[in-house]
Design a protein around this ligand. Structure first.
Ligand SMILES: Cc1cc2nc3c(=O)[nH]c(=O)nc-3n(C[C@H](O)[C@H](O)[C@H](O)COP(=O)(O)O)c2cc1C
Length: 310
């Protein structure tokens, strides 16, 4: 059962991908990268393409709507150590959609076919696609069938419409229907927040794997826990101390890869996830978010772990 760390802009950087891999995510995906920016040699885009020596199975995600540019970007990516190229047909953000990218393309099945074909023809690596269930009331199924026809080797389906963004609940009936329709592997995505969610959704839909986004932030343990639940019917729950050790580990890696100033800023959005469900989590998060001194931050986390009583 394939367990993938879903791409998340602002979150799935090297530090977090490494940690998820260590907790048995079989595959991780970069933040999305603009094919156009890549072709133009944009510096910030190149930073997003860095991977570390420790990473074993990283997929790069690209977005764009021009088949020629997508093909050129794919050829550039041949020089990188990514195992797979993923095309983003799911992003709902207004800026992306206005540029005729991401989920907008789901209502243009012929263009989807041309894009996938162009990318597949430009690489020997497997090409996968990530989709939502609809855009503007147009069912994505035609586009999804064309993704398969054009030679993609897998599709990740997020069971929400573009208009839902991240609200409501993911439609696993839709995901099941795609699984029943296609021959290539289908990965289900949406609302897996604990191992039981994963197992229930896998059993219901028959998917070949799951991609986990929000449920992994501050909770990379979920990948190993799913594996344990499948194999042994139960799973290990980390203690507060173990959780906070992983938080410190992520902090150390962010700093190693991005420098202390940026690393500390990047961590601010994840503290609350690691402290979720713990006593005084709000206070501690607010405190950590005001601090700029690394030693002070570590002392606070250590003190919290030491004094925590269930
Ligand atoms: C902060 C954030 C950033 C995201 N960035 C991307 C992205 O760059 N590419 C993409 O295909 N999906 C992106 N997504 C969507 C996720 O990959 C995933 O499809 C969605 O969150 C539903 O899965 P979940 O319920 O497991 O979080 C993002 C989601 C979030 C919350």
């Amino acid at each position: 059962m394939l367990k993938i760390l879903a791409p998340m802009a602002g979150y799935t950087d090297i530090a977090f991908r490494e940690i998820c891999q260590e907790f048995e995510a079989d595959e991780t995906v970069t933040e999305m990268v603009s094919a156009q920016a890549l072709v133009h040699g944009d510096r910030k885009t190149k930073t997003l393409l860095k991977i570390s020596d420790k990473e074993k199975n990283v997929t790069v995600q690209i977005f764009g709507h021009d088949p020629d540019i997508m093909a050129e970007a794919t050829r550039i990516l041949e020089d990188y150590d990514f195992k797979t190229i993923n095309i983003n047909f799911g992003c709902p953000a207004p800026k992306i959609v206005k540029g005729m990218n991401g989920s907008y393309l789901l209502k243009e099945p012929t263009l989807v076919y041309d894009i996938v074909k162009a990318v597949v023809s430009s690489t020997n690596k497997p090409v996968t696609c990530k989709v939502r269930k609809s855009f503007d009331g147009v069912d994505a199924l035609k586009a999804i069938k064309n993704i398969e026809k054009a030679g993609a080797s897998e599709v990740i389906v997020h069971g929400r419409s573009r208009e839902e963004f991240y609200t409501g609940s993911a439609d696993w009936d839709y995901i099941k229907n795609v699984k029943d329709t296609l021959t290539i592997p289908v990965i289900g995505n949406g609302d897996i927040f604990n191992p039981e969610d994963a197992l229930r959704k896998i059993k219901y839909s028959g998917v070949d794997g799951v991609a986990i986004g929000r449920g992994s932030i501050g909770n990379p343990f979920i990948f190993r826990q799913i594996e344990e639940l499948i194999l042994h019917g139960d799973y290990y729950r980390p203690t507060v101390e173990e959780k906070l050790n992983v938080l410190k580990d992520q902090l150390a890696r962010e700093i190693a890869y991005k420098g202390e100033r940026l690393g500390l800023i990047e961590m601010r959005k994840v503290y609350s996830y690691y402290f979720k469900g713990m006593k005084n989590s709000k206070e501690i998060r607010n405190k950590l978010n005001t601090l700029t001194d690394l030693d002070e931050i570590i002392n606070i986390i250590d003190d919290y772990a030491k004094n925590f009583i269930d």
